[in-house]
Design a protein. Sequence first.
Length: 255
Amino acid sequence: MVQLKTDTSIAAMRETGRVVARLLDAVRKAATTGVSLRELDEVARGVLREAGATSPFLNYRPHFAPTPFPAVICASVNDAIVHGIPTDQRLRDGDLVSIDAGAMLDGWAGDSAISFTVGSARPSDTRLVETAFEALEAGIAAAVVGNRIGDIAHAIGTVCRTAGYGIPEGFGGHGIGRAMHEDPGVPNEGRPGRGMKLRHGMVLAIEPMLIGSGKDAFHADRDGWTLRTSDGSRAAHAEHTVAITNDGPRILTAP
C-alpha cells in the first residue's frame, strides 16, 4: 500500500536527506588509496552520530539475506553492483566504488547512492559512472504527477540500453518514508504508460544500476549480500530519494 506524504512530512524527509548527502560527501572525501572499506563505514557512522540519526541499513534483513546487514553503508567495488559489505579490503588506485547509504531522522528515512573512481580513472569507468547519473536524472525528470511508474522505468532503461549497458533484473528503486523500503517498486526498465499513476505526496528512491559489459547476468557472493557481475565487468549505481509534487520532482537527498 502506498503512503502519500504531506508537505510537512516531505519537509521532514528533506532534513533526513541532508544527513544522507553529508554522509556520502564525507565518505567520498575519505575514499583514498589505502583506506579500507570498514574505515569508510566508520566515517559514515560518525556523520550519523553527529546528526543524531540512525542507520536503516544496520541489521536490516530482507527475505533473501542469510544474515542481518552488519554496516551502515553498502560499499561495492569494481565488479560488485550493489549491497557490498564493508570489509578490511583497502582501496587501490583505479578502483570503481559505489557507496549506498541511508539515514533515519525523527522517524523518516532517506536513501541515496553515488559511484566514483579512486585516483586515476579508466575512460570506460568514467563513461559508466556518468551514464548512471544520466539515467538517474532521466528517471527523476519522468517522476511527475500524472505519469506512471513505467515512465520512470522506461526513462532509466532507455539511457542505459542506448549506452550499451546491462541492467540487473529484479533490482531497482522503491517507495520510502517511515520505512526505508515501501511500496511501490520502481524498476530500472519498463514500458511507458504502465504501472501506478504518480500522485502528489509519493516519495520514491530512484536508483539505476548499470553493468559495464552490456550483459545483465549477475550472482550473489558467498556473503549472501553482495551482487556481482557474472562476467567480472564493472558496475555503477546512482540513487536519490525524490518527492513527487505538483510543482515537479523534488530531490530530497541533494547536497
